[in-house]
Write a protein that binds this ligand. Structure first.
Ligand SMILES: [Zn+2]
Length: 160
């Protein structure tokens, strides 16, 4: 027999903070990756964050491949959302660090520095995702911008 207590234990809710979801015509509220460019980012620190992203755990797999907001040659950025137990981010986020000099906010870098590996034993359906912190990130370079869609036709069609 399932008691009320064990029911709630099995449904334990995990709170995850979103990071690395970029703007598009469909989600204009997200930040532009161009605001986060920093070619001077310390190489060792950057590599530590890249390794962290690559070692994170798949939480969901969506049907469509993500596209690069800088429209570079890479068209397969992945379709998964990953988690480290605290944050949730798209599989394609690491591409921006590796190829486009994107530096992530200091709060996330500190999290990675202090991170102790934990076992991810829950699914997306047990998560509540907090988007506000990320949506309010402004980066450090508001003079540059990337693209809102993989090609201009999509942007034009979306306006009409
Ligand atoms: Zn790219």
């Amino acid at each position: 027999m399932t008691t009320t207590k064990s029911y709630f234990q099995s449904k334990k809710i995990h709170s995850l903070t979103a990071i690395g979801y970029w703007h598009s015509i469909f989600e204009p509220e997200f930040p532009d990756p161009a605001w986060f460019r920093d070619e001077e980012w310390n190489v060792a620190e950057k590599q530590m964050v890249i390794t962290h992203l690559l070692q994170s755990h798949p939480l969901a797999d969506w049907t469509g491949q993500s596209w690069c907001r800088f429209r570079c040659a890479e068209t397969q950025l992945g379709s998964k959302d990953l988690t480290d137990g605290t944050y949730i981010f798209p599989e394609g986020l690491v591409h921006y660090l590796q190829n486009h000099h994107i530096r992530l906010p200091e709060k996330f870098i500190q999290h990675v520095q202090q991170y102790k590996h934990i076992q991810i034993n829950f699914g997306l359906e047990q998560c509540v995702i907090e988007f506000n912190w990320w949506t309010n990130q402004k980066g450090w370079n508001r003079n540059q911008q990337s693209f809102l869609a993989p090609n201009d036709e999509l942007i034009e069609n979306y306006k009409h």
